[in-house]
Design a protein around this ligand. Sequence first.
Ligand code: FES
Length: 80
Amino acid sequence: MNIYICVGSSCHIKGSYDIIQLMKEAIAEHQLEDKITLSAAFCLGRCTDGVSVKINDDIVCGVSRESFPEFFKINVLTRI
Ligand code: FES
């Protein structure tokens, strides 16, 4: 699974780096290092809805610290 976290300026302001950190922690916690490639991406074209995350070919918007656990469960754990 390829995961790209947008670090474009709009998403950056909304906390991309927090999401990258949470993602790294969640990947380690679930021992998914071999199954997930995590990268930063430039603007995914959904700036008003950031933080935007692309998972394989799907873009999920509005990821925040608060919504991260639910986001990870639905979009990563159930699809890996
Ligand atoms: S800056 Fe993230 S979608 Fe544009």
